[in-house]
Design a protein around this ligand. Structure first.
Ligand code: 5AD
Ligand code: SF4
Length: 452
């Protein structure tokens, strides 16, 4: 490996897929002499690995770019020309905005999308040569014919709880969503590559693996037998691996639930009984207008089948309030669905019109104050249910996988099967182990207890 001669700062915004990509960028650059730095102040290269899902996320990128430019300028006025900083925008804003970014922020040296970051070392090498002379920019937002996965290095470190990307992109085209445009068409990695990466993560100390994909349950990669495998089939294969104590997958689409996957929930004990299954709205007319291709009844039937397969399963979801045309009645129907499913946890957002998506040009946009009102109402109910769910754990003994230090000295934090954080007194030697913990107290976002 080349000795570290440069420092790279990588900031990832948004979903877990971006966190995974950010880690892979670091893995790619390491053999080329780039060490990771947590602060842009001492970075030779700063990469913003961005999210385009809502307007707010995009604004954050531009304000962070402004801050990076101040760091860069300060360095130049200190007369340290050799320490000039390369500023790069990757991820979904890079893909969606391309050259527009360099019009708004001309100091940006490089723009690339989520499917072309495997070329990062090459792009940086080109830029390093140019940047000392006259400033040039590299823009790479093509969807390459090759799969980036074939170029990503195997990891050489892992957290206890690791992400593993198995599927990317989306062909569903929900009318509010930019993902099909920014991440491109659905692609599934071959099972062989997934299993190899899982084995590698386990050998490095991972105990829990979360399979990632924009439509992860739509996985249809080439199996070990040369036939197409579903996500259910892949889960059965992964469950055979030594040392894999917990498996999760996210994010799912209701339309892609399938028999093998229900069976996996029923039969694989390492598959955690907690599923993120976004529904977005509880109103059939809004679901139709969103192009979700399922109604509330279909969704509830799926929930029932999952509970039949695994009685202790709990659910999480995403909701959008104030989608164009949403009436007070539609909103009430969402609140009713939330009650019916009794979600353990959920994310909720105000609808944000995104350029190029069908919903953004509908004439029936909902005013922002109504969106805010509905969001508050929905979140109050979700928070209330989350607290009840957490309180239902008091007095129970739960398996907790410890992996982090707490805020206070001498505290450690772990996760239950339902992703609840549990904090207790302990030391880092417990990291990577699952202990039985008796839950004594429950709060909105966490639990407390003692190891039994
Ligand atoms: N406005 C608000 N929320 C959105 N999401 C996707 N697009 C939008 C948008 N335009 C939400 C959906 C999705 C989650 C990742 O982000 O709920 O499931
Ligand atoms: Fe976006 Fe819908 Fe695809 Fe999810 S399924 S990524 S919400 S288009």
């Amino acid at each position: 490996m080349a000795p570290f001669s440069q420092k790279v700062y990588i900031k990832s915004y948004g979903c877990q897929m971006n966190v995974y990509d950010g880690q892979k960028m670091a893995d790619l650059l390491k053999p080329h002499g780039y060490a990771i730095t947590e602060t842009p102040e001492d970075a030779d290269v700063a990469i913003l690995n961005t999210c385009h899902i809502r307007e707010k996320a995009e604004h954050k990128v531009f304000s962070d770019l402004g801050r990076l430019n101040v760091v860069r300028k300060n360095r130049l006025t200190e007369g340290n020309n050799n320490k000039n900083m390369i500023i790069a925008v990757g991820g979904c804003v890079g893909q969606a905005e391309g050259e527009e970014i360099t019009r708004q922020a001309p100091y940006v040296n490089m723009v690339f999308g989520p499917q072309s970051y495997h070329r990062l070392p090459e792009m940086l090498a080109q830029l390093q040569q140019k940047v000392k002379g006259k400033r040039r920019t590299i823009i790479d937002t093509e969807f390459p014919t090759e799969s980036k996965f074939d170029f990503l290095p195997t990891p050489d470190e892992t957290p206890v709880s690791a992400f593993l990307s198995v599927q990317e992109g989306c062909d569903k085209f929900c009318h509010f969503c930019v993902v099909p445009y920014t991440r491109g068409a659905e692609y599934s990695r071959p099972a062989d590559a997934v299993i190899k990466e899982a084995k590698r993560l386990l050998s490095l100390g991972a105990k829990e693996i979360t399979l990632l994909g924009q439509n992860v349950n739509g996985y249809h990669g080439e199996g070990l037998d040369g036939k197409e495998w579903s996500l259910g089939r892949l889960l059965f294969a992964l469950a055979e691996l030594d040392g894999l104590q917990r498996i999760r997958y996210t994010t799912s689409h209701p339309l892609d639930m399938h028999e093998e996957l229900y069976n996996a929930h029923g039969e694989i004990k390492q598959l955690m009984p907690f599923l993120h299954l976004p529904v977005q709205s509880g109103s059939n007319s809004i679901l139709d207008s969103m192009n979700r291709k399922h109604n509330v009844d279909d969704y509830l039937k799926i929930i029932d089948k999952l509970i039949t397969a695994r009685a202790d399963i709990a659910f999480s979801s995403d909701f959008i309030v104030g989608y164009p045309g949403e009436t007070q009645k539609d909103h009430q129907e969402t609140l009713e669905l939330v009650k019916k499913v009794a979600y353990a946890q959920a994310y909720s957002f105000k609808y944000s019109p995104r350029p190029g998506t069908p919903a953004s040009i509908l004439q029936t946009q909902v005013p922002d104050d109504i969106k805010s009102q509905r969001l508050t109402e929905l979140q109050e109910q979700l928070n209330h249910q989350q607290l009840s769910f957490n309180e239902s754990m008091v007095g129970k003994t739960l398996d907790v996988l410890f992996d982090r230090s707490g805020k206070l000295a001498g505290q450690i934090v772990g996760k239950t099967a339902y992703m609840q954080s549990v904090t207790l007194d302990g030391c880092s030697s417990l990291f990577g182990n699952i202990f039985k913990v008796k839950i004594n107290n429950a709060y909105g976002n966490s639990l407390a207890g003692e190891i039994v």
